[in-house]
Design a protein around this ligand. Structure first.
Ligand SMILES: [Cu+2]
Length: 307
């Protein structure tokens, strides 16, 4: 998983790279003209024995040339930008496939028609145009999956839309691209593009309610989840519902990473997170719940059942 905008994996990202290259070559041209002119002028008009070269003011032809040429270049850049914008930002005439909501400091991904919700790991089917609605629960964030499409801000009180498509099955890097507070740098996410079959089974798995724990330890953990305040912030379908303040945990164990890509999702890391979230992500809105070592083991055992 890498972030390079130079390796586009969708038509939209390819358009953006094309625009970038066109602008770059125009800039290279300007720089070449300026450098050559400067070198020529330095050599040709350097001070010689005869003292100062003769001084002149005003040259209509030159003035017209250095007004007209930049004007043309700006017009060309403008036209290229319009063409790219039209290709990337197509009109929105239907309901979104996915609603991405930025939170300090994690991403919620809601699939209205499949009735599922997940965090920091967005799955999409390969080769299909996905319409994404981008919202925020608090401050301004920015959704950016550089190999898949352009950036788009998540602005309070606004619904923004963006088209997205991945041409190959892969995991694509994503980030919040608008400074949004202390843990902005750990507000990363991934887009997992899958073929139709594995995407369908992912949807089915995420839709299923949380599994009932079997072991005593996990059962204890489930009880703790309800007794402690976890359920005030986190949703686990089948236990409580409709909490949207924090990541949905119904299938937390199925995800690759935790806390906006800050940690690999392993039992040991999960336990560390529960021990003191602020030691791992200082400023995080998940409080240290002062769990005992026994509580930690039970809670971890329970969360690990949530495949
Ligand atoms: Cu941010």
């Amino acid at each position: 998983m890498h972030l390079s905008v130079f390796d586009p994996a969708s038509p939209e990202a390819a358009w953006l790279l094309w625009l970038w290259k066109a602008s770059m070559w125009i800039c290279v041209f300007i720089m070449a003209v300026v450098t050559v002119a400067l070198a020529y002028i330095l050599a040709r008009f350097r001070r010689r024995d005869g003292g100062e070269p003769d001084q002149r003011t005003g040259n209509k032809r030159l003035e017209i040339a250095w007004t007209a040429v930049p004007l043309v270049l700006v017009a060309v850049l403008f036209a290229l930008s319009i063409v790219t914008a039209r290709a990337v930002d197509r009109p929105v005439r239907r309901a979104p496939d996915i609603v991405a909501t930025g939170h300090q400091w994690w991403w919620e991904f809601r699939y209205p028609s499949a009735n599922i919700v997940t965090a920091n790991e967005m799955h999409i089917p390969v080769g299909r145009e996905i319409l994404l609605e981008v919202d925020t629960a608090d401050v301004i964030h920015d959704f950016w999956a550089p190999r898949l499409t352009r950036k788009i801000d998540a602005v309070p009180g606004r619904q923004n839309f963006i088209w997205l498509r991945a041409d190959h099955a892969d995991a694509y890097f994503g980030a919040c691209a608008e400074y949004c507070g202390t843990q902005h740098a750990w507000m990363l996410f991934r887009v997992v593009a899958q073929d139709a079959d594995s995407y369908a089974s992912w949807l089915a798995q995420q839709f299923a309610p949380a599994e009932e724990p079997v072991t005593t330890e996990a059962k204890q953990g489930r009880m703790l989840f309800v007794q402690l305040t976890c359920a005030n912030c986190h949703n686990i379908s089948g236990i409580n519902s409709q909490q949207q303040f924090a990541p949905d945990l119904t299938h937390v164990a199925s995800r690759q990473m935790l806390a906006g890509e800050r940690l690999q999702n392993t039992p040991a890391n999960l336990k560390d997170w529960l021990r003191d979230p602020n030691a791992i992500k200082p400023g995080s809105y998940m409080p240290d719940l002062k769990l005992s070592e026994t509580d930690l083991s039970q809670m971890t055992a329970f969360l690990e059942t949530l495949q």
